[in-house]
Design a protein around this ligand. Structure first.
Ligand SMILES: [Zn+2]
Length: 390
């Protein structure tokens, strides 16, 4: 009897394990999709951070550019001012030169006409000055004045050249900034492409994840339906076998149990725990031996499901020499149900059950003669007639 129970229980375990494996295979794939989603989100947020950094750099460059443009404009103004100053200095130099020539000419009007001609024919100031060196009478005052104006011209020229150099340096700086700006802009545009690509991948992966979840759910439903169909087929086969056995033994009738749509029957506090069976012995004194029968016998083929007659907590689910594979359920309010002679048990001690929940399979174990469920209902320790509570 024990051996048979173990075989049925281990069969149940294998079923549970293979069922679990199918779910796990899908869960791994869903897991992978979920991990990919996390990784993509991570990559996107990294790319967003990089984009922000590039934007900050670009803003800095644009600020520096604005600064450089302002400096260039300022330098341009300074250069224009220097150019104006140079023009002014050259005008003053020339004015001095012309007036000096007039004075020299006047000074020597009646003197050596050769010297005057020599001076007047001078091509430029340098030549004139060289020639003038030979003219001892030349005015020291005019000479100094001319030197001074020439010095001013040179100074302004040098200043303008320096400004021009500074302007060119600023232009180089601005050109560098332009290159940096253009680089940053292309990096930003790459980053935007990367982000939009990541967003597309995130969307695709989310759709895939949804598909996988839907597939897993469909697979789960399919497994459930297959399991239910297999259980129904097994029950039917067991019933047929039992009917055949009772026919072969020659003694009993070939009882074929009805198909039960709703295992909970009647409006009573308890439901018939084996609605597919028939009453083979009622509660109370038996006619044939005047012994007292403490329960209700419900005969049914081996393997027919038995059900909890009411909500409760399983106190015992195991073996008894007299009750065979039995289940004892505390139904509350002083009621205890004892379900005996099972071929298989579907619940375990400590488990909560609800009214109509399958708990075992009808058998012929323990002190039993023919497959049946002995259902014994006790109120505060005393057996009562279960049928009075259906
Ligand atoms: Zn009995």
């Amino acid at each position: 009897m024990n051996k048979r129970t173990k075989r049925i229980l281990s069969g149940g375990l294998i079923f549970v394990m293979s069922f679990g494996m199918v779910i796990n295979v899908n869960a791994t794939t869903i897991d992978e999709a979920q991990q990919k989603a996390d990784a993509l989100e991570q990559q996107k947020s990294t790319a967003e951070a990089e984009k922000n950094s590039l934007n900050t750099q670009l803003n800095t460059i644009l600020g520096e550019m604005e600064d450089a443009q302002t400096k260039l404009a300022d330098k341009q103004t300074e250069i224009e001012e220097a150019e104006e100053a140079l023009v002014q200095a050259k005008v003053e130099e020339n004015t001095q030169y012309q007036s000096m020539k007039k004075r020299i000419k006047y000074m020597y009007e009646n003197g050596n006409s050769q010297v005057i001609e020599l001076l007047m024919e001078s091509e430029n100031i340098g030549e004139f000055l060289n020639k003038a060196e030979y003219i001892s009478q030349i005015s020291e005052y005019d000479r100094d004045m001319l030197d001074e104006f020439q010095a001013v011209v040179k100074e302004v020229e040098a200043e303008e050249a320096a400004l021009q150099t500074e302007y060119e340096e600023l232009e180089v700086l601005r050109d560098d900034l332009l290159v940096k700006q253009s680089n940053l802009e292309s990096l930003l545009s790459e980053k935007n492409l990367q982000i939009s690509d990541l967003e597309k991948q995130i969307g695709d992966n989310a759709a895939l994840l949804q598909d996988l979840i839907a597939q897993a759910e469909a697979e789960r439903l399919k497994q459930e339906q297959a399991a239910a169909a297999a259980a129904a087929a097994a029950q039917q086969a067991a019933q047929q076998q039992a009917a055949q056995n009772s026919g072969n033994s020659g003694g009993g009738s070939s009882y074929v149990p009805p198909v039960i749509d709703n295992v909970v029957s009647g409006n009573g506090q308890f439901t018939n725990p084996c609605p597919a069976g028939y009453v083979s012995s009622t509660f109370g004194y038996r006619d044939f031996d005047s012994s007292f029968h403490k329960g209700l016998d419900l005969a049914a083929p081996e393997g027919t499901p038995t059900y909890a007659a009411a909500d409760g907590v399983v106190l015992i689910a195991g073996w008894s020499d007299s009750a065979g594979n039995w289940i004892v359920i505390d139904h509350g309010n002083g009621f205890v149900g004892k379900y005996m002679h099972h071929s298989g048990l579907l619940v375990s001690a400590g488990q909560t059950v609800t009214k109509g929940q399958p708990i075992g399979l009808v058998g012929n174990t323990g002190n039993s003669f023919g497959a049946h469920l002995h259902f014994q209902l006790e109120l505060n320790g005393a057996p009562v007639d279960p049928q009075a509570y259906f």
